[in-house]
Design a binder for this molecule. Structure first.
Ligand SMILES: Cc1cc2nc3c(=O)[nH]c(=O)nc-3n(C[C@H](O)[C@H](O)[C@H](O)COP(=O)(O)OP(=O)(O)OC[C@H]3O[C@@H](n4cnc5c(N)ncnc54)[C@H](O)[C@@H]3O)c2cc1C
Length: 488
């Protein structure tokens, strides 16, 4: 193995595909370290006595230990150790906001660049998956589907997103029979139908799910709890002893301005899901979504907006612009995502918001934008944008993609007696482990915190699983960290 001495404060660069090349296809943008690069980068770790990176990770991953193993050239052992704590390392190793989490706390970052913890996590997780599967697995089923496919079991996990998968993983390792029920055609939650292929490949999500199947977890797709089957039925006639709800926050928020129902105005969720559905089905991503030569406006500036804008570029749109009502520095997106989007030709307009969608024959033709000024901070702590009277102007557009937030779908809450829900349909939890008002039902992830991140959902599923296991064994619930909202 190469043992070149590098300056301690300079990281091994993470390889990326060139913007001109990557915008032509849906293949991954960030590439993985080679063995030598990973070893060199892991050797930069100071092996702090009290690793601040682990405290800053919402899932408290064993970062110090896995970096030491990689530095010694033992990535597979490192991966197996990490996997026991984090059910989805090759996903978090791609999508986490490390700069605000683990890497933000690395002491090397005070004088130079922090250890590239995320890139190393991705590297070791990928090595372990490659060692397990000869071919990258497919997400496409067939998955058992519908109410009649639900087998007997101990714990029913509702939602196959990161919260549900993490919860199922911990419980299955402890020997409980776990069934994951999900409303969509394939498991993975937002990782499958929201986050695009060029950020998180479907084959990576599939490999993580197939590995979880190997723990004995059963998956049933295309079954909506609250409609096809009720929580009361799972806990009653179907014989489950506990339920975990990880149903996410998947109902797109609307702007509430005139013209929003015009053809050509879509939610980012519907737009990204349509592309993902085609990719999972094996069809070319562009088919039926021909944006060649079109002008696309994305409203909002979070992760979803960046993903939608970059997807529109890949579908051939000639002009893609992101319009955001606050200033650049208030954007909820990771700066790196904005930089990648800009490299790919996406334009940004700040301090503007749509006041009206203008149509012709029921189809979008233009958007009336109002310029904004920033006022007093709102509940989010950011200055609240206010329209400047008389500042409206028209922007021609063929497609408007709205990425202005999500709330929790209410049907399951309404159909589950005793389950308390709160603002935006969020499920109210009574303790740090996600115990709801309805025993024995726990909840975690976006359906509790509101739209958040993959690693927060993984952490919530893990701590809830510990409490569910303690409940099933007849012991009092265990104590542990509380996943917080909005941490990255
Ligand atoms: C476009 C987009 C990009 C994102 N990018 C990032 C990123 O780069 N990094 C990051 O960390 N986070 C990102 N996020 C946020 C992240 O994806 C979520 O925080 C995370 O997926 C939440 O996990 P979850 O398990 O709580 O819910 P979800 O992932 O939403 O999964 C919920 C699952 O529950 C199922 N379900 C819902 N209702 C029912 C029901 N009644 N019965 C059965 N099943 C049901 C759904 O089908 C879904 O599969 C992004 C989100 C979006 C939308």
């Amino acid at each position: 193995m190469t043992q070149v001495r590098r300056p301690q404060y300079v990281r091994v660069p993470i390889p990326h595909r060139d913007a001109g090349e990557r915008v032509q296809d849906f293949s991954e943008v960030a590439l993985t370290y080679t063995d030598d690069q990973a070893v060199l980068e892991a050797q930069r770790c100071l092996q702090c006595y009290k690793p601040a990176c682990e405290q800053a990770c919402p899932n408290h991953n064993p970062i110090k230990a896995f970096l030491a193993m990689v530095a010694e050239g033992r990535p597979i052992e490192a991966a197996e150790m990490l996997w026991e704590h984090n059910a989805l390392p090759s996903c978090t190793g791609r999508v986490c906001a490390w700069e605000n989490q683990c890497e933000g706390a690395c002491p090397l970052g005070r004088k130079g660049e922090p250890v590239a913890i995320g890139a190393i996590e991705r590297y070791l997780a990928e090595k372990a998956l490659a060692a397990r599967f000869d071919q990258p697995p497919s997400l496409r089923g067939p998955w058992p589907s519908g109410r009649h496919a639900v087998p007997p079991g101990d714990v029913a996990v509702v939602g196959a997103g990161p919260a549900g998968l993490s919860c199922a993983s911990v419980l299955a390792r402890k020997g409980w029979r776990v069934t994951v029920l999900d409303a969509w055609v394939v498991p993975g939650g937002v990782m499958s139908y929201g986050i695009p292929e060029f950020v998180l490949p479907k084959s990576t999500v599939a490999a993580e799910i197939r590995r979880l199947e190997g723990l004995g977890i059963r998956f049933v797709q295309d079954v909506t709890v609250g409609e096809d089957v009720l929580v009361d039925e799972l806990l009653g006639p179907m014989g489950y002893r506990a339920v975990f709800l990880g149903i996410g926050a998947n109902e797109a928020v609307r702007l509430g301005v005139p013209g929003e129902d015009l053809e050509g105005v879509v939610s980012a969720k519907d737009f990204l899901m349509a592309v993902a559905r085609r990719q999972i089905g094996g069809a070319a991503p562009a088919s039926g979504h021909d944006l060649v030569g079109k002008r696309v406006i994305v409203v909002g500036a979070g992760n979803t907006a960046m993903d939608a804008a970059r997807t529109a570029r890949r579908l051939g749109a000639s002009d893609v612009a992101v319009y955001y009502r606050r200033a650049r520095e208030h954007s909820p997106s990771r700066p790196v995502e904005m930089a990648l989007a800009e490299e790919e030709g996406v334009r940004f307009e700040f301090l503007v918001a749509p006041s009206r969608f203008v149509g012709d024959g029921g189809r979008l033709r233009a958007i009336e934008m109002a310029r904004m000024r920033l006022g007093e901070p709102d509940a989010s702590g950011r200055p609240s944008p206010e329209p400047i009277p008389g500042s409206e102007y028209l922007v021609p557009a063929d497609l408007a993609i709205l990425a202005v937030g999500y709330r929790v779908e209410r049907t399951l809450g309404d159909k589950t007696p005793g389950l308390e829900t709160g603002r935006g349909g969020r499920i109210v939890v009574k303790d740090p482990h996600g115990l709801t008002s309805r025993l024995p039902v726990w909840a975690g992830g976006d359906c509790v915190t509101g739209a958040n991140t993959v690693v927060h959902a993984v952490a919530a599923g893990r701590v809830a699983a510990e409490a569910i296991a303690a409940y099933l064994e007849g012991a009092p619930a265990v104590a542990g960290p509380v996943p917080r909202a909005g941490g990255g």
